[in-house]
Ligand binder design. Structure first.
Ligand code: ADP
Length: 371
């Protein structure tokens, strides 16, 4: 049974058995043909023998030559038929190996030419089957990457269009004299230019994060040191909007092995979102605690919440639940994608929960402990 499975999964075994099969077929065919042809060849020899016996002294030499000729004839006919049989069996076995390889060559050429739909049939469980499976997985991954690339180009073009049309509209208004050249008009232009600049910065950061090229200056950092810079920087904005900001860091938490600058960036994104999506009089809290070998950090708000259908997508780039609301706040839908990459680069996990619209949201991530 085990041998059968080993043979099924191993191209080496299959090649060995196919050679053996060719040899056996050749030998059997040779023996069979020789057997069938023997009587014909020996009948000639017996006829010669009878002739030779009447001829006297030269009979022995003639008999010897006739016997050799008969044996040669049997071997030649047998060998020819055996070769034909061996060639037929070889063609059959070689085809079984070469056909999937040819399909993979054609598929690779298709992919090299930009056709990522190429797939090959997966036949068998041996190395060729495994290779075909790996080929299909590679083609699938390339197709997905290409789809994402096209999506990205489309999204970027879309994101650029809105501020650019706004700037163009304002400038046309100024040229035509419809808009007054006063500070309010110029502030509007400045606002859109700032938004464009932020978008370009976010895109640069996103491309580096997705390529895994954001350098991390990791060191041993305590929990308080991790959260206080971001909280300190946004405290006044929370106060201005009338949203309460609480920090709850358990005492004696172990240190983590992290880049504090990058974790501050993640927390600024989460706290910025919490502030943006929580109405005045709401509450936002940052909690830090330990679970097994990780430190967990959660930013919880009492804001607009997220419907379950949107939750699985909010870490996708450019995904915004309410496009106009997010854009009005300067959001491009990239912040969470970058944050997730940063946390994952630290070896942590990132997730979001919400009971639904109007029920607030919680964004949490884990970081591995320093030791
Ligand atoms: P943006 O720059 O648009 O805020 P993010 O990637 O940070 O981009 O967030 C993606 C989307 O997730 C937001 O557009 C918003 O719809 C949703 N979201 C993020 N944080 C919150 C939150 N605290 N409450 C409700 N929705 C949120």
């Amino acid at each position: 049974m085990n041998l059968l499975i080993a043979v099924r999964r191993s191209l080496g075994w299959k090649l060995f058995l196919s050679y053996l099969l060719i040899v056996i077929v050749a030998v059997v065919v040779l023996a069979g043909t020789a057997n069938l042809h023997t009587s014909t060849a020996l009948n000639h020899h017996i006829a010669e023998m009878q002739d030779a016996l009447h001829r006297g002294p030269d009979a022995a030499a003639d008999l010897d030559a006739s016997l050799h000729a008969a044996l040669n004839e049997i071997i030649t006919v047998g060998a020819l038929v055996a070769i034909v049989a061996a060639v037929l069996v070889s063609v059959f076995t070689v085809r079984r190996i070469v056909t999937p390889l040819q399909a993979m060559i054609a598929g690779s050429e298709g992919i090299a030419g930009g056709d990522y739909h190429q797939r090959v049939a997966v036949a068998g469980q041996d190395e060729l089957g495994v290779l075909a499976l790996a080929f299909n997985q590679m083609a699938e991954a390339l197709e997905q990457t290409d789809r994402r690339r096209l999506e990205l180009v489309g999204n970027v073009a879309h994101e650029l269009r809105t501020p650019l049309s706004s700037i163009r509209g304002t400038l046309e208004g100024l040229v035509d004299g419809v808009l007054p050249p006063d500070p309010a008009t110029f502030l509007g232009i400045q606002h859109e230019v700032a938004r464009l600049q932020r978008l370009v910065q976010d895109l640069e950061e996103l491309s580096r994060a997705e390529a895994g090229q954001i350098p991390l200056n990791r060191r041993t950092v305590g929990a308080v040191e991790l959260v206080s810079p971001a909280v300190g920087r946004l405290q006044s904005q929370f106060a201005d909007k009338g949203v309460a900001l609480g920090v709850d860091v358990l005492a004696n938490l172990p240190a983590v092995w992290a880049d504090p600058g990058r974790i501050t960036q993640v927390l600024l994104n989460l706290l910025g979102n919490a502030l943006q999506y929580t109405p005045p009089d709401g509450q936002v809290s940052v909690r830090v605690w330990q679970e097994d070998l990780s430190l967990l950090i959660a930013v919880q708000d009492s804001g607009i919440g997220i419907d379950p259908e949107h939750l699985p997508h909010i870490f996708e780039r450019f995904y915004r639940v309410d496009k106009s609301r997010s854009r009005a706040g300067g959001g491009s839908g990239i912040g969470l994608t970058i944050s997730r990459h940063l946390v994952e680069a630290h070896g942590g996990r990132f997730w979001a929960t919400s009971l639904g619209a109007g029920q607030g949201s919680t964004f949490s991530f884990s970081l591995p402990l320093a030791s």
